[in-house]
Design a protein around this ligand. Structure first.
Ligand code: DLL
Length: 426
Protein backbone atom coordinates (compact mmCIF):
# COMPACT_ATOMS: atom_id res chain seq x y z
CA UNK A 1 0.00 0.00 0.00
CA UNK A 2 1.43 3.45 -0.91
CA UNK A 3 2.38 5.53 2.15
CA UNK A 4 -0.31 8.17 1.51
CA UNK A 5 -3.02 5.51 1.36
CA UNK A 6 -1.67 3.95 4.55
CA UNK A 7 -1.80 7.32 6.27
CA UNK A 8 -5.43 7.75 5.24
CA UNK A 9 -6.26 4.32 6.61
CA UNK A 10 -4.44 5.06 9.88
CA UNK A 11 -6.28 8.37 10.20
CA UNK A 12 -9.69 6.78 9.69
CA UNK A 13 -8.89 4.05 12.18
CA UNK A 14 -7.50 6.51 14.71
CA UNK A 15 -10.65 8.64 14.56
CA UNK A 16 -12.85 5.58 15.17
CA UNK A 17 -10.67 4.45 18.08
CA UNK A 18 -10.59 7.88 19.72
CA UNK A 19 -14.37 8.04 19.57
CA UNK A 20 -14.62 4.52 20.98
CA UNK A 21 -12.38 5.18 23.99
CA UNK A 22 -14.06 8.51 24.70
CA UNK A 23 -17.45 6.83 24.80
CA UNK A 24 -16.47 3.64 26.60
CA UNK A 25 -13.44 4.18 28.84
CA UNK A 26 -14.07 6.56 31.78
CA UNK A 27 -10.35 7.30 32.24
CA UNK A 28 -10.02 8.55 28.67
CA UNK A 29 -13.27 10.54 28.84
CA UNK A 30 -12.04 12.31 31.96
CA UNK A 31 -8.61 12.96 30.46
CA UNK A 32 -10.08 14.38 27.24
CA UNK A 33 -12.53 16.52 29.22
CA UNK A 34 -9.77 17.83 31.49
CA UNK A 35 -7.78 18.82 28.40
CA UNK A 36 -10.83 20.35 26.69
CA UNK A 37 -10.40 17.84 23.87
CA UNK A 38 -13.26 16.34 21.87
CA UNK A 39 -12.96 13.24 19.65
CA UNK A 40 -13.86 15.46 16.67
CA UNK A 41 -10.66 17.48 17.24
CA UNK A 42 -8.68 14.50 15.96
CA UNK A 43 -8.99 14.70 12.19
CA UNK A 44 -5.96 12.66 11.14
CA UNK A 45 -2.83 11.04 12.56
CA UNK A 46 -1.20 14.47 12.28
CA UNK A 47 -3.27 15.38 15.36
CA UNK A 48 -2.03 12.44 17.40
CA UNK A 49 0.21 14.60 19.59
CA UNK A 50 -2.92 16.34 20.91
CA UNK A 51 -3.89 13.08 22.61
CA UNK A 52 -2.85 12.17 26.16
CA UNK A 53 -0.31 9.42 26.84
CA UNK A 54 -1.19 6.14 28.54
CA UNK A 55 1.27 4.53 30.95
CA UNK A 56 1.69 1.19 32.70
CA UNK A 57 0.57 2.96 35.88
CA UNK A 58 -2.77 3.70 34.20
CA UNK A 59 -3.24 -0.03 33.63
CA UNK A 60 -2.39 -0.71 37.27
CA UNK A 61 -4.73 2.04 38.49
CA UNK A 62 -7.54 0.53 36.43
CA UNK A 63 -6.71 -3.08 37.29
CA UNK A 64 -7.96 -5.48 36.09
CA UNK A 65 -10.51 -4.46 33.43
CA UNK A 66 -11.00 -0.69 33.89
CA UNK A 67 -9.50 0.28 30.51
CA UNK A 68 -11.48 -2.24 28.48
CA UNK A 69 -13.57 -0.49 25.84
CA UNK A 70 -16.06 -3.33 25.33
CA UNK A 71 -18.37 -5.21 27.72
CA UNK A 72 -16.91 -8.42 29.17
CA UNK A 73 -19.42 -10.32 27.03
CA UNK A 74 -17.37 -9.41 23.99
CA UNK A 75 -14.02 -10.39 25.53
CA UNK A 76 -12.88 -13.88 24.55
CA UNK A 77 -9.31 -13.98 25.87
CA UNK A 78 -7.37 -12.57 28.81
CA UNK A 79 -3.58 -12.41 29.10
CA UNK A 80 -1.41 -10.79 31.74
CA UNK A 81 2.21 -9.85 32.10
CA UNK A 82 4.15 -10.13 35.32
CA UNK A 83 4.49 -6.81 37.04
CA UNK A 84 5.48 -5.36 40.35
CA UNK A 85 4.22 -6.82 43.61
CA UNK A 86 1.05 -8.72 42.98
CA UNK A 87 -0.49 -6.45 40.36
CA UNK A 88 -0.09 -7.83 36.91
CA UNK A 89 -0.97 -5.95 33.77
CA UNK A 90 -4.17 -7.49 32.46
CA UNK A 91 -5.05 -7.32 28.78
CA UNK A 92 -8.12 -8.51 26.86
CA UNK A 93 -9.06 -9.46 23.31
CA UNK A 94 -12.29 -9.65 21.37
CA UNK A 95 -12.74 -12.23 18.60
CA UNK A 96 -11.72 -9.57 16.13
CA UNK A 97 -8.61 -8.68 18.16
CA UNK A 98 -7.57 -12.33 18.00
CA UNK A 99 -8.06 -12.27 14.23
CA UNK A 100 -5.83 -9.17 14.01
CA UNK A 101 -3.24 -10.90 16.20
CA UNK A 102 -3.31 -13.89 13.89
CA UNK A 103 -2.87 -11.60 10.90
CA UNK A 104 0.09 -9.60 12.27
CA UNK A 105 1.79 -12.77 13.46
CA UNK A 106 1.17 -14.40 10.08
CA UNK A 107 2.89 -11.42 8.42
CA UNK A 108 5.78 -11.89 10.84
CA UNK A 109 6.19 -15.55 9.91
CA UNK A 110 5.56 -14.87 6.23
CA UNK A 111 8.38 -12.31 6.20
CA UNK A 112 10.63 -15.16 7.34
CA UNK A 113 9.56 -17.31 4.41
CA UNK A 114 7.02 -19.45 6.24
CA UNK A 115 4.15 -20.93 4.23
CA UNK A 116 1.37 -23.38 5.05
CA UNK A 117 3.66 -26.26 4.11
CA UNK A 118 5.82 -25.52 7.15
CA UNK A 119 5.54 -27.04 10.62
CA UNK A 120 5.81 -24.69 13.61
CA UNK A 121 7.34 -25.49 17.00
CA UNK A 122 6.20 -22.93 19.58
CA UNK A 123 8.49 -22.87 22.60
CA UNK A 124 7.29 -19.68 24.21
CA UNK A 125 5.27 -20.29 27.37
CA UNK A 126 1.59 -21.08 26.88
CA UNK A 127 -0.46 -19.38 29.58
CA UNK A 128 -1.02 -15.80 30.65
CA UNK A 129 2.20 -14.81 28.83
CA UNK A 130 1.36 -13.81 25.27
CA UNK A 131 4.30 -15.61 23.63
CA UNK A 132 2.89 -19.13 23.32
CA UNK A 133 -0.67 -18.49 22.21
CA UNK A 134 0.46 -15.50 20.13
CA UNK A 135 3.00 -17.64 18.29
CA UNK A 136 0.42 -20.38 17.90
CA UNK A 137 -2.29 -18.15 16.45
CA UNK A 138 0.17 -16.81 13.86
CA UNK A 139 1.33 -20.25 12.83
CA UNK A 140 -2.25 -21.50 12.53
CA UNK A 141 -3.32 -18.39 10.60
CA UNK A 142 -0.62 -19.15 8.02
CA UNK A 143 -2.03 -22.67 7.93
CA UNK A 144 0.98 -24.46 9.40
CA UNK A 145 0.79 -27.63 11.44
CA UNK A 146 1.49 -26.12 14.86
CA UNK A 147 3.17 -27.80 17.83
CA UNK A 148 2.37 -26.03 21.12
CA UNK A 149 5.48 -27.36 22.88
CA UNK A 150 5.54 -24.48 25.42
CA UNK A 151 8.66 -24.00 27.57
CA UNK A 152 11.02 -26.23 29.51
CA UNK A 153 12.21 -29.85 29.41
CA UNK A 154 14.84 -29.43 26.73
CA UNK A 155 15.18 -33.17 26.29
CA UNK A 156 11.51 -33.42 25.37
CA UNK A 157 11.77 -30.36 23.10
CA UNK A 158 14.67 -31.97 21.27
CA UNK A 159 12.76 -35.25 20.86
CA UNK A 160 9.94 -33.25 19.27
CA UNK A 161 12.43 -31.43 17.04
CA UNK A 162 13.94 -34.74 15.88
CA UNK A 163 10.72 -36.73 15.50
CA UNK A 164 8.04 -34.22 14.46
CA UNK A 165 10.44 -32.37 12.15
CA UNK A 166 9.19 -28.80 12.62
CA UNK A 167 10.71 -26.39 10.09
CA UNK A 168 10.57 -23.25 12.24
CA UNK A 169 10.72 -22.46 15.94
CA UNK A 170 9.60 -19.62 18.19
CA UNK A 171 11.37 -19.19 21.53
CA UNK A 172 13.54 -16.72 23.37
CA UNK A 173 16.99 -16.25 21.83
CA UNK A 174 18.66 -17.55 24.98
CA UNK A 175 16.57 -20.72 24.85
CA UNK A 176 17.62 -21.28 21.24
CA UNK A 177 21.21 -21.45 22.46
CA UNK A 178 20.21 -23.84 25.24
CA UNK A 179 18.77 -26.15 22.59
CA UNK A 180 21.99 -25.85 20.57
CA UNK A 181 23.99 -26.70 23.67
CA UNK A 182 21.83 -29.76 24.35
CA UNK A 183 22.37 -31.05 20.83
CA UNK A 184 26.13 -30.59 21.14
CA UNK A 185 26.40 -32.14 24.60
CA UNK A 186 24.46 -35.18 23.46
CA UNK A 187 26.29 -35.50 20.15
CA UNK A 188 23.07 -35.05 18.18
CA UNK A 189 23.99 -33.72 14.74
CA UNK A 190 22.05 -30.59 13.80
CA UNK A 191 21.20 -32.38 10.54
CA UNK A 192 18.75 -34.50 12.57
CA UNK A 193 16.52 -31.48 13.02
CA UNK A 194 14.88 -29.60 10.19
CA UNK A 195 14.63 -26.00 11.38
CA UNK A 196 15.15 -23.43 8.64
CA UNK A 197 13.98 -20.35 10.55
CA UNK A 198 13.57 -19.14 14.13
CA UNK A 199 11.60 -16.14 15.45
CA UNK A 200 13.27 -14.93 18.58
CA UNK A 201 12.19 -12.14 20.91
CA UNK A 202 10.60 -11.24 24.25
CA UNK A 203 14.01 -10.16 25.50
CA UNK A 204 16.84 -8.07 24.11
CA UNK A 205 19.45 -9.92 22.07
CA UNK A 206 22.48 -8.90 20.15
CA UNK A 207 23.85 -9.19 16.63
CA UNK A 208 26.54 -11.49 18.04
CA UNK A 209 23.89 -13.74 19.50
CA UNK A 210 22.11 -13.88 16.15
CA UNK A 211 25.29 -15.07 14.44
CA UNK A 212 25.83 -17.69 17.07
CA UNK A 213 22.27 -19.04 16.90
CA UNK A 214 22.36 -19.09 13.11
CA UNK A 215 25.63 -20.98 12.94
CA UNK A 216 24.88 -23.47 15.70
CA UNK A 217 21.29 -24.30 14.72
CA UNK A 218 21.82 -23.81 10.97
CA UNK A 219 18.76 -21.63 10.56
CA UNK A 220 17.92 -18.00 9.80
CA UNK A 221 17.20 -16.08 13.02
CA UNK A 222 14.57 -13.33 12.88
CA UNK A 223 13.85 -10.77 15.57
CA UNK A 224 10.25 -10.45 16.70
CA UNK A 225 9.04 -7.67 18.98
CA UNK A 226 5.88 -6.99 20.89
CA UNK A 227 4.35 -6.33 24.26
CA UNK A 228 1.18 -7.55 25.87
CA UNK A 229 -0.34 -4.10 26.32
CA UNK A 230 -0.29 -3.56 22.55
CA UNK A 231 -1.20 -7.13 21.47
CA UNK A 232 1.73 -9.44 22.33
CA UNK A 233 4.31 -10.70 19.81
CA UNK A 234 3.74 -9.43 16.27
CA UNK A 235 3.90 -5.66 16.80
CA UNK A 236 7.07 -5.50 14.69
CA UNK A 237 9.09 -8.07 12.76
CA UNK A 238 12.14 -8.51 10.59
CA UNK A 239 12.08 -9.35 6.90
CA UNK A 240 14.62 -11.42 5.02
CA UNK A 241 17.03 -8.45 4.93
CA UNK A 242 17.23 -8.51 8.74
CA UNK A 243 17.78 -4.77 8.86
CA UNK A 244 15.37 -3.29 11.40
CA UNK A 245 11.89 -4.35 12.44
CA UNK A 246 8.88 -3.51 10.27
CA UNK A 247 6.07 -2.12 12.39
CA UNK A 248 2.56 -3.37 11.63
CA UNK A 249 1.59 0.26 11.25
CA UNK A 250 -1.92 -0.28 9.97
CA UNK A 251 -2.73 -1.60 13.47
CA UNK A 252 -0.11 -0.01 15.74
CA UNK A 253 0.81 3.60 15.07
CA UNK A 254 4.44 4.25 16.01
CA UNK A 255 5.86 7.40 17.59
CA UNK A 256 9.30 7.94 19.10
CA UNK A 257 9.39 10.58 21.80
CA UNK A 258 11.88 12.20 24.10
CA UNK A 259 11.05 10.46 27.41
CA UNK A 260 11.68 13.64 29.41
CA UNK A 261 9.70 16.16 27.35
CA UNK A 262 7.17 13.82 25.73
CA UNK A 263 7.84 15.54 22.39
CA UNK A 264 8.42 13.59 19.16
CA UNK A 265 12.06 13.19 18.11
CA UNK A 266 13.18 13.28 14.45
CA UNK A 267 13.53 10.01 12.52
CA UNK A 268 16.94 8.45 13.09
CA UNK A 269 17.07 9.70 16.69
CA UNK A 270 16.66 7.33 19.57
CA UNK A 271 13.85 7.81 22.07
CA UNK A 272 11.00 6.07 23.85
CA UNK A 273 8.78 3.89 21.70
CA UNK A 274 5.08 4.85 21.86
CA UNK A 275 2.23 2.94 20.22
CA UNK A 276 -1.41 3.76 19.56
CA UNK A 277 -3.58 0.74 18.84
CA UNK A 278 -5.84 1.91 16.02
CA UNK A 279 -7.84 -1.27 15.49
CA UNK A 280 -7.96 -2.96 18.90
CA UNK A 281 -11.45 -3.34 20.32
CA UNK A 282 -11.04 -4.67 23.87
CA UNK A 283 -8.02 -2.63 24.94
CA UNK A 284 -7.28 0.19 22.49
CA UNK A 285 -4.48 2.03 24.25
CA UNK A 286 -3.82 5.58 23.13
CA UNK A 287 -0.16 6.69 22.90
CA UNK A 288 1.07 3.90 25.16
CA UNK A 289 4.53 4.62 26.54
CA UNK A 290 6.36 1.32 26.24
CA UNK A 291 9.52 2.42 28.11
CA UNK A 292 11.45 0.64 25.39
CA UNK A 293 14.15 2.64 23.70
CA UNK A 294 14.33 2.55 19.91
CA UNK A 295 14.74 4.60 16.75
CA UNK A 296 12.42 5.09 13.81
CA UNK A 297 14.59 4.34 10.81
CA UNK A 298 14.60 6.61 7.77
CA UNK A 299 13.86 5.40 4.28
CA UNK A 300 12.01 2.35 3.12
CA UNK A 301 13.39 -1.16 3.18
CA UNK A 302 14.89 -2.89 0.15
CA UNK A 303 12.42 -5.74 0.60
CA UNK A 304 9.64 -3.57 -0.82
CA UNK A 305 7.44 -3.49 2.27
CA UNK A 306 5.95 -0.07 2.87
CA UNK A 307 5.94 -0.32 6.64
CA UNK A 308 8.35 1.85 8.55
CA UNK A 309 11.17 0.12 10.43
CA UNK A 310 12.37 0.62 13.97
CA UNK A 311 15.71 -0.48 15.37
CA UNK A 312 15.96 -3.38 17.76
CA UNK A 313 14.87 -2.10 21.19
CA UNK A 314 18.10 -1.06 22.86
CA UNK A 315 16.91 -1.22 26.44
CA UNK A 316 14.30 0.34 28.66
CA UNK A 317 13.80 3.77 30.10
CA UNK A 318 12.68 2.33 33.42
CA UNK A 319 14.34 -0.11 35.72
CA UNK A 320 12.54 -3.26 34.69
CA UNK A 321 14.91 -6.11 34.03
CA UNK A 322 14.12 -9.01 31.75
CA UNK A 323 15.75 -12.15 33.08
CA UNK A 324 15.27 -15.24 30.95
CA UNK A 325 12.15 -13.63 29.50
CA UNK A 326 10.64 -12.82 32.90
CA UNK A 327 10.08 -9.20 33.87
CA UNK A 328 11.74 -8.32 37.17
CA UNK A 329 11.44 -5.00 38.96
CA UNK A 330 13.74 -3.93 41.81
CA UNK A 331 10.60 -3.22 43.84
CA UNK A 332 9.81 -6.95 43.81
CA UNK A 333 13.20 -7.76 45.30
CA UNK A 334 12.73 -5.01 47.82
CA UNK A 335 9.34 -6.40 48.79
CA UNK A 336 10.85 -9.80 49.59
CA UNK A 337 13.72 -8.32 51.57
CA UNK A 338 11.38 -6.15 53.58
CA UNK A 339 9.65 -9.33 54.77
CA UNK A 340 12.90 -10.73 56.18
CA UNK A 341 14.06 -9.63 59.61
CA UNK A 342 17.55 -10.90 58.97
CA UNK A 343 18.68 -8.47 56.32
CA UNK A 344 18.89 -4.71 56.03
CA UNK A 345 16.73 -3.02 53.35
CA UNK A 346 19.77 -2.33 51.17
CA UNK A 347 20.42 -4.48 48.18
CA UNK A 348 21.94 -4.55 44.76
CA UNK A 349 21.00 -6.60 41.73
CA UNK A 350 23.74 -7.88 39.47
CA UNK A 351 22.82 -9.34 36.13
CA UNK A 352 25.30 -11.45 34.22
CA UNK A 353 25.13 -13.71 31.28
CA UNK A 354 26.47 -17.12 32.18
CA UNK A 355 26.78 -19.19 29.05
CA UNK A 356 23.48 -18.55 27.30
CA UNK A 357 21.35 -17.74 30.27
CA UNK A 358 20.84 -14.56 32.26
CA UNK A 359 21.75 -14.89 35.90
CA UNK A 360 20.48 -12.56 38.60
CA UNK A 361 22.46 -12.25 41.81
CA UNK A 362 21.06 -10.19 44.64
CA UNK A 363 23.53 -8.86 47.17
CA UNK A 364 21.75 -8.60 50.50
CA UNK A 365 23.19 -6.80 53.43
CA UNK A 366 23.20 -8.67 56.71
CA UNK A 367 22.29 -7.03 59.97
CA UNK A 368 25.02 -6.75 62.63
CA UNK A 369 23.44 -9.60 64.63
CA UNK A 370 23.51 -12.00 61.73
CA UNK A 371 26.92 -11.07 60.49
CA UNK A 372 28.57 -12.76 63.47
CA UNK A 373 26.28 -15.75 63.15
CA UNK A 374 27.48 -19.22 62.17
CA UNK A 375 27.72 -20.19 58.53
CA UNK A 376 24.81 -22.57 58.92
CA UNK A 377 22.54 -19.73 60.07
CA UNK A 378 23.61 -17.67 57.10
CA UNK A 379 22.86 -20.49 54.73
CA UNK A 380 19.37 -20.79 56.14
CA UNK A 381 18.74 -17.07 55.76
CA UNK A 382 19.91 -16.99 52.15
CA UNK A 383 17.98 -20.17 51.30
CA UNK A 384 14.79 -18.64 52.75
CA UNK A 385 15.21 -15.43 50.79
CA UNK A 386 16.03 -17.30 47.57
CA UNK A 387 12.91 -19.39 47.98
CA UNK A 388 10.69 -16.32 48.55
CA UNK A 389 12.19 -14.66 45.48
CA UNK A 390 11.68 -17.78 43.41
CA UNK A 391 8.03 -17.95 44.37
CA UNK A 392 7.44 -14.26 43.72
CA UNK A 393 9.32 -14.00 40.43
CA UNK A 394 9.06 -17.51 39.05
CA UNK A 395 12.78 -17.70 38.34
CA UNK A 396 15.70 -18.72 40.52
CA UNK A 397 17.83 -15.95 41.94
CA UNK A 398 21.24 -16.29 43.56
CA UNK A 399 21.29 -14.55 46.94
CA UNK A 400 24.68 -13.45 48.21
CA UNK A 401 24.96 -12.10 51.77
CA UNK A 402 27.42 -9.24 52.26
CA UNK A 403 28.67 -7.56 55.48
CA UNK A 404 26.66 -4.76 57.09
CA UNK A 405 27.07 -1.30 55.49
CA UNK A 406 28.97 -2.65 52.52
CA UNK A 407 26.40 -1.63 49.91
CA UNK A 408 26.80 1.96 48.73
CA UNK A 409 24.28 4.50 50.06
CA UNK A 410 22.94 7.17 47.75
CA UNK A 411 21.39 10.51 48.50
CA UNK A 412 19.39 10.69 45.33
CA UNK A 413 18.11 7.67 43.47
CA UNK A 414 19.81 4.48 44.58
CA UNK A 415 21.62 2.54 41.90
CA UNK A 416 20.09 -0.85 42.40
CA UNK A 417 21.03 -2.57 39.19
CA UNK A 418 24.37 -3.48 37.72
CA UNK A 419 23.60 -4.99 34.35
CA UNK A 420 26.74 -6.60 33.03
CA UNK A 421 24.87 -7.67 29.91
CA UNK A 422 24.58 -4.05 28.79
CA UNK A 423 27.99 -3.89 27.15
CA UNK A 424 27.04 -6.65 24.76
CA UNK A 425 23.78 -5.00 23.71
CA UNK A 426 24.14 -2.80 20.67
O1 DLL B 1 7.44 -10.33 25.62
C1 DLL B 1 5.69 -10.40 23.95
C2 DLL B 1 6.57 -11.22 23.08
C3 DLL B 1 6.52 -12.59 23.14
C4 DLL B 1 7.41 -10.60 22.15
C5 DLL B 1 7.31 -13.34 22.30
C6 DLL B 1 8.20 -11.35 21.30
C7 DLL B 1 8.14 -12.72 21.38
P1 DLL B 1 5.70 -8.75 27.55
O2 DLL B 1 5.90 -9.91 28.46
O3 DLL B 1 4.58 -7.81 27.80
O4 DLL B 1 5.44 -9.26 26.07
O5 DLL B 1 7.08 -7.97 27.50
C8 DLL B 1 7.24 -6.90 26.63
O6 DLL B 1 9.61 -7.34 26.33
O7 DLL B 1 8.35 -4.00 26.23
C9 DLL B 1 10.39 -5.25 25.60
O8 DLL B 1 11.00 -4.59 26.69
C10 DLL B 1 10.70 -6.74 25.66
N1 DLL B 1 10.81 -7.30 24.31
C11 DLL B 1 9.89 -7.98 23.62
N2 DLL B 1 10.39 -8.36 22.41
C12 DLL B 1 11.66 -7.86 22.35
C13 DLL B 1 12.70 -7.88 21.36
C14 DLL B 1 6.31 -10.02 25.29
N3 DLL B 1 12.56 -8.51 20.21
C15 DLL B 1 8.65 -6.34 26.72
N4 DLL B 1 13.86 -7.25 21.66
C16 DLL B 1 8.87 -5.22 25.75
C17 DLL B 1 14.03 -6.61 22.85
C18 DLL B 1 11.93 -7.18 23.56
N5 DLL B 1 13.10 -6.57 23.82
Amino acid sequence: MPREKLRELQSERLKTTVKRVYENVPMYKKRFDDMGLLPGDIKSVDDITKLPFTTKQDLRDNYPYGLFAVPMDDVVRIHASSGTTGKQTVVGYTKNDLAVWGEVMARTLGAGGITKSDIGHISYGYGLFTGGLGGGIGSETVGCATIPASTGNTKRQVTILRDFKPTFILCTPSYALTIAEFLEENSIPVSEISLKAGFFGAEPWTAAMRKEIESRLKLKAYDIYGLSEVIGPGVAYECELQNGLHVNEDHFFLEIIDPDTGLPVPDGTSGEIVFTCVTKEALPLIRYRTRDVGTRMTGLCGCGRGFVRMTKPAGRTDDMLIIRGVNVFPSQIEAVLMESENVAPFFQMIVDREGNADRLTVLVELTDENFSDEIRGLQEITADISESMRSMLGISVKVKPVPPKSIARFEGKAIRIIDNRKDVIF
